[in-house]
Design a protein around this ligand. Structure first.
Ligand SMILES: *Cc1c(COP(=O)(O)O)cnc(C)c1O
Length: 398
């Protein structure tokens, strides 16, 4: 059983802050400070170059990858961490395209996170071979999986609305039609139970700074199905993916049959130290229980907001099984209302054009925070505090 009292005690949140943004950037685990100090003193300072061997820096891509993999149903040896999610999207889609070279259609949806679409656009330009990116409405993706489609690239949980794609249905249809699927699990890992192995997913990618709490800019991850480890082309063919990196050969040979082939170059080891302690918390947590608790809290939040905050319209699916772990409401003055909330120490965020987004993260959020957040929101709306000048100015990051 997951002990949510214990998990809450593992995070160092500022006093009085109600943090409903763990879907965007997880909070700092208390263990981060000693972990970073120890990395600096006992690893970088004292070991210097020896650390690649003595502290296993070289293989942390894999040891941490295995720990992230457990959270998405990946068997050991199929997931590595490193680089950024945008880069991992590029790598996975490129590998997928090479598996079905005669097919020139890449299918995504118009609700996907822009960087995923941008990376594919760049890839298509680079290939210059008549590829086309199709982006129907998310609800229509399944029907668009035809024999023309080479790669389906979709994000399971929509970053704006929280709507979930049906992974099983999409994988089954894609495979029946001979297409490859790349899953973006950015808003899934640590939020909803995922079983990439059981569903026979081809590729999956995601980040570790959202629900996994690895810290700003924490490394991304990539999963490759075991049956593809021999053949998946890395394309971003860096020396860390080479069969023998320290042979320093002048030609590239991907590491045969191993997930190391998806590594590129020297990763940020300092950032691995932070990810490692964040995963120490996840090691004691059952994602199914986290999801169940998230549903309980989200239902409470929706009920309270709908009862007390007129003007806000739920844009997340009403069926909790069809949602990820954040809840979004449309509101005409959404940006300013969110700024007013933040000024009152209730932290959510805003996504254009009018969406107020609230991450429901049971590791450190409970019923009391949900009620207090709605109390504050209700007051801001009643007093129309979102009309104040101070809340109108758009910051660089929303
Ligand atoms: C958060 C997120 C990203 C971010 O990509 P970075 O390379 O880490 O900036 C990409 N895709 C999706 C679906 C996301 O939710």
């Amino acid at each position: 059983m997951t002990d949510f009292e214990w998990t809450r005690a593992q995070f160092d949140l500022p006093d009085g802050m109600i943090y409903l943004n763990g879907n965007s950037l997880g909070p700092m685990p208390r263990a981060s400070v000693p972990a970073m100090t120890s990395f600096l003193n006992d690893e970088w300072r004292s070991e210097l170059i020896k650390g690649w061997n003595t502290k296993n820096w070289f293989m942390q891509t894999n040891t941490l990858g295995n720990r992230v993999g457990r959270l998405i149903g990946a068997e050991a040896g199929t997931t590595v961490v490193g680089d950024t999610l945008s880069i991992k999207v590029f790598q996975a889609v490129a590998a997928g395209m090479a598996m079905v070279p005669e097919r020139k259609v890449i299918l995504s949806d118009n609700g996907n996170f822009p960087t995923d679409l941008y990376m594919v656009e760049g890839l298509i330009k680079l290939k210059d071979a008549g590829y086309e990116l199709r982006t129907p409405d998310p609800e229509d993706v399944l029907d668009h999986i035809t024999e023309e489609v080479g790669v389906v690239m979709v994000t399971e949980v929509d970053y704006r609305t929280g709507r979930r794609h049906d992974m099983r249905a999409i994988i089954e249809r894609a495979h029946a039609k001979g297409a490859v699927v790349v899953w973006d699990l950015a808003h899934s890992a640590g939020a909803v139970p995922v079983d990439v192995g059981g569903l026979d997913a081809d590729f999956a990618v995601g980040c570790t700074y959202k629900y996994l709490n690895g810290g700003p800019g924490a490394p991304a991850f990539i999963y490759v199905a075991p049956r593809l480890l021999e053949s998946a082309e890395p394309f971003l063919s860096g020396w860390y993916g080479h069969e023998a990196p320290f042979a320093f050969d002048t030609d590239y040979r991907p590491m045969p049959g191993k997930i190391e082939r998806m590594r590129i170059g020297t990763p940020s080891i300092a950032s691995f130290a932070l990810l490692s302690v964040a995963l120490d918390v996840w090691d004691k947590v059952d994602v199914t229980e986290v999801h169940a608790k998230s549903i309980e809290l989200s239902e409470l939040f929706i009920r309270e907001v709908e009862a007390r905050c007129p003007g806000l319209t739920l844009v997340s699916p009403r069926d909790p099984q069809r949602r990820g772990s954040h809840v979004s409401f449309a509101f005409e003055h959404g940006y300013a209302a969110m700024q007013a909330l933040i000024a009152d120490n209730v932290i959510g965020d805003f996504r254009a054009p009018n969406v107020m987004r609230f991450g429901i993260t049971p590791l450190f959020v409970g019923e009391a925070e949900i009620i207090a957040a709605v109390d504050t929101l209700e007051r801001i709306l009643r007093e129309e505090r979102y009309t104040q000048d101070a809340f109108q100015k758009r910051a660089l990051v929303t």
